[in-house]
Design a protein around this ligand. Structure first.
Ligand code: KG4
Ligand code: ZN
Length: 350
């Protein structure tokens, strides 16, 4: 088999269609992504059938664009990578069948990777060739997105132990539901973040769920009820002027819980580098508070560039390139899975 130096990667696990050309070092030569936000906006959330159809309409255009824009030919691509799990099965299927077909046509090896593994490595993906990222052998990863909230002890590439996870909603979901309550729009996280910049994080008291649970799990579903109670007690006409304060206070509750659980994790596993990743790691308050804490504790801290926080093919490409470079590849009978596979992660309870 040829040495793996450059891969073409495809990510279609949910509602972003993304294609990237990535080197095994993590350097992203090209990335193009199409968000389906406008398509799903009228429904206030992702509609699986609509998502698969939108992926199938765009995916080949994006791949073609990547090849044209980089002036690379298929001979320069050493392998293909695709997200095969977890995600919406119809959406995953579009990426998977596309990549398997290209693998046959161009006689390239391909590998299906776990979407969360992609997020784990997103902080180490880079878009300036001169930039270097130091990749630690062992680190703690807090992966917070619209679908997942997990604290993962990374003990080397491919060796992931989940220390804590959400027992109900993901952190991103909590942001999205709150934005929907306020009528801000979809997806809500970034809109709440923007409103919060002009508000007081201590104006309203929202609960900090599970801080006394004694374990590293999260729960965010109760926050929506708490928010509803606060909103319904406002005087008529007060809501529109209170939106910045509500957003800042609600955001602060989520960020506090995430940070506290990160602190608890470090006290359980010992000092080691810390990373945050996933859509919620784009949150400005979260990035700032983790950075300040890590600096104070003298912990090395790495966060993804903003464009690699939310779903993207660059992080999938980096994880897959490393797998292909180790000699791993998938067979043509690989199918999509809605959840992670048994051997993807180990679990440890505290
Ligand atoms: O990683 P991602 O693109 O998709 C999943 O794997 O789920 O994450 C999307 C989530 C959404 O819930 C979105 O509201 C949230 O990330 N998000 C944010 C911000 N930007 C995106 N949440 C808080 N603040 C942000 N700036
Ligand atoms: Zn994701």
């Amino acid at each position: 088999m040829n040495k793996i130096q450059r891969v073409l990667a495809v990510e279609t696990s949910c509602d972003d269609t993304s294609v990237a050309i990535v080197r095994t070092s993590g350097f992203v030569e090209y990335m193009t992504s199409l968000s389906q936000d406008e398509v799903h906006k009228p429904f206030g959330g992702v509609v699986p059938e609509v998502a698969s159809r939108a992926h199938s309409e765009k995916i080949l255009h994006l791949i073609d664009r990547a090849i044209q824009a980089t002036s690379l030919g298929w001979k320069d691509i050493d392998g293909l990578v695709v997200t095969s799990r977890p995600g919406l099965v119809g959406s995953l299927l579009v990426g998977l069948v596309t990549v398997k077909t290209l693998a046959i046509i161009y006689k390239k090896p391909f590998v299906g990777v776990n979407h969360i593994e992609g997020h784990i490595w997103a902080p180490f993906v880079y878009s300036e060739e001169t930039q270097t990222k130091i990749v630690p052998n062992e680190f703690l990863s807090l992966a917070v997105s619209g679908g997942h909230t997990q604290i993962i002890h990374v003990k080397g590439f491919g060796n992931y132990t989940i220390l804590g996870k959400t027992v109900d909603d993901a952190a991103g979901e909590a942001f999205d539901k709150f934005a929907k309550l306020l009528g801000l729009g979809y997806p809500g996280g970034v809109l709440v973040d923007q409103q919060a910049q002009h508000g007081n994080p201590h104006a309203y008291k929202f609960p900090r769920p599970m801080l006394r649970s004694g374990n590293l799990d999260f729960s965010f579903s109760g926050l929506k009820t708490a928010a509803w109670n606060v909103i319904s007690n406002l005087e008529t006409g007060e809501l529109s002027t209170e939106i910045p304060n509500l957003c800042a206070s609600y955001q602060e509750a989520i960020v506090d819980v995430l940070l506290e659980k990160l602190k608890m994790s470090i006290s359980k596993v010992g000092n080691m580098p810390v990373t945050v990743t996933g859509g919620v790691s784009a949150n400005s308050r979260f990035r700032e508070k983790v950075e300040v804490w890590a600096e104070k504790e003298k912990l090395s801290f790495c966060k993804p560039e903003l464009k690699y926080c939310t779903d993207n093919a660059a992080m999938i490409g980096y994880a897959g390139a490393r797998r292909l470079a180790k000699g791993e590849s998938s067979s043509l009978d690989l199918g999509p899975f809605p959840s992670s596979l048994e051997n993807d992660f180990k679990y440890e309870d505290f």
